[in-house]
Design a protein around this ligand. Structure first.
Ligand code: BG6
Length: 368
């Protein structure tokens, strides 16, 4: 059943190329993005002038990434909110607000209640869900199913990548409806996403150094993660995976925030995992990150840097370098996440923990 792997989680990490491909499959027809269970008209989508993404845990981190893509492609504001906070805050919602609820299970109580609140306020609701016919898609106006297949490991992996792809599809559907992207541009973005399956498959074959590093760092008490731009939600997800699975104190930060507080945590030997911005795609952020690495090294940090191939700037400063292929910036999270999942799983397994069933956690939380 585990397909030769010790844990379902490892199998699910390995299934990510297919999870991504199946999620995208069939959603571009005659140059147009199509959603599932579409009960919204083109006019409804055209009228959307504000997006809220609501979700919990890993799905929330996927939502943070959606903000970068949707704002960039559609030019409308996107807010991302923890589902448990959303309805208690009296958010400003109306018929032209699209609430995107992301939930692997489609049953998470906090997210379901956020959806109900949104509907009461006349907002449109679109669900991104991995479970056919679950409650959240049933109560939504449109659905995009992530076809990642069943996810058994409590900590979400392949569904995270599928959620990112699905959320990007929502962005392209809105761009198409509102006319901020031509059909050929939508098709190009879609193709670029499809090509990521093969890239992720390649990345998966190069992860042995990450496993070795994870075994070496398995006794750490704290691990920090830093990123900028789309690398920031990836840093949050890397930290979430490590605390969920390995019970290690882990925190993700936007690297620009270091000097506003977190840098006080740096001490001799503290591991800091850095998600490096693309040197070509985000040159300014790249050089700021090189400076961040120098600043934390000067205070004793041991830096593990995930950087694109040919990134000499990162290679020159990193204590440990994890090389990933070059990709378009918005798609980089689909590859930078992979070493962080493997890192967390290997640290946890080295510490002797059940990677599929971390203590105190449930796969689907149906109480608020
Ligand atoms: C948590 C799970 O309880 O719920 C996480 O342990 C998951 O892995 C989160 O990300 C949200 O779940 P769902 O089903 O709404 O995506």
């Amino acid at each position: 059943e585990k397909g030769g792997f010790d844990f379902f989680m490892e199998k699910e990490i390995a299934e990510q190329p297919e999870a991504l491909a199946s999620t995208l499959s069939g959603h571009l027809e005659n140059g147009r993005i199509v959603l599932d269970e579409q009960r919204l008209t083109d006019q409804d989508l055209r009228d959307v002038d504000k997006v809220f993404v609501v979700a919990c845990g890993t799905a929330y981190n996927a939502g943070l990434l959606a903000k970068y893509a949707i704002e960039h492609w559609v030019r409308i504001p996107v807010e991302v909110e923890l589902a448990s906070e959303f309805r208690y805050r009296d958010p400003v919602l109306d018929r032209s607000t699209l609430v995107v609820a992301i939930s692997q299970s489609g049953e998470t109580a906090d997210t379901l209640e956020a959806v109900r609140h949104a509907k009461e306020q006349n907002a449109r609701v679109l669900a991104i869900c991995n479970t056919n016919g679950a409650q959240i898609p049933r109560e939504s106006d449109a659905v995009l199913y992530t076809h990642a297949g069943p996810e058994i490991g409590v900590a979400s992996t392949k569904c995270f990548l599928a959620q990112i792809a699905a959320a990007y599809l929502v962005g392209l559907a809105l761009a198409q409806a509102r006319g901020t992207k031509y059909a050929d541009e939508v098709a190009r973005e879609f193709d670029a996403m499809e090509q990521m399956s093969a890239v992720i498959a390649d990345v998966l074959t190069t992860m042995d150094p990450v496993r070795e590093l994870a075994r070496d760092l398995a006794k750490a008490d704290t691990v920090l993660f830093i990123g900028r731009h789309v690398g920031y939600p990836v840093a949050l997800e890397g930290a979430l995976k490590l605390k969920e699975l390995a019970y290690i104190h882990a925190e993700g930060f936007a690297a620009g925030e270091l000097k506003h507080g977190p840098i006080a945590l740096i001490e001799d030997g503290l591991p800091v995992i850095v998600v490096m911005p693309s040197r070509e795609g985000r040159a300014v952020l790249h050089s700021k990150m090189v400076s961040n690495i120098r600043e934390i090294q000067a205070r004793g940090a041991r830096t593990i840097v995930i950087a694109e191939a040919d990134d000499e700037g990162a290679a020159a400063v990193a204590d440990h370098l994890i090389v990933i292929p070059k990709t378009p910036t918005l798609l980089q999270p689909l590859v930078t996440t992979v070493p962080l999942q493997i890192f967390a799983a290997t640290v946890a397994a080295t510490r002797g923990y059940d990677v599929d069933k971390p203590r105190n956690l449930a796969k689907s939380v149906t109480v608020e």
